[in-house]
Design a protein around this ligand. Sequence first.
Ligand SMILES: [Cu+2]
Length: 250
Amino acid sequence: MTIPMHYSRRIISVSVIGGALLLAPRVFAAYTVEAVTNGGIIEGVVKLNAAAPPVAPIEVTKNQDYCGQSIRNPEYEVGKGGGLQNVEVYLKDIAKGKALNTSTISLVNEHCMFIPRVQGANVGQQIKISSNDPMLHSTHPQNASTNATIYNIALPFKGFSVTKPLPAFPELIKVKCDAHGWMHAWIWELDHPYFATTGEDGHFTIKDVPPGTYTLVAWHEAAGENSTSVTVIAGKTVTADIQLKVTKTP
Ligand SMILES: [Cu+2]
């Protein structure tokens, strides 16, 4: 599949609300692909500003024979050094740089949860949705802001899979399973490839960044967002640790 070098700046979106026809311009920043020969690296660790609040296990209300009575809640995954997993870290408003990702991303229904819980992706990529469980799941991605359904895939048996294109424009996608209300995943679909998801130790690395000053954003499903300014120098590694606020009190 070919990836366009940049995207249309202005799309007119038409919606009908309460019978009124609204014309609202939706503006998307363009991203231009160009060779990066002198890029730098941004790396860091995302941590919480306080101890993660205790989270009750997920109560299983359906298919207990397979899923069990409860499932550990992965809302806050804090590693040994205090790093927070499943944080999407990305550059905001980067105008040009390396080519977009084109591989097919994966979302697996496994033991009554989605794997991975959080991932980044690019416009133009495909997603393989599959199930490793012997009962019915659905995979229902929605725009996280509007709840507009992107598609809704039924996965009736173990080994079933469907590969679909991601939406044509960048958006935060929230995925749910209509059969199991506790199943959630998030996909940060961006129009540039400068993103990373923190691992078990809360660490992230973003490579081949053209020299310049950028806003680096960290997003977490429960702790929300924070950002920092980061200046990348050719051939160097810059450290940019980010702290997120615990929003729930124990
Ligand atoms: Cu399910």
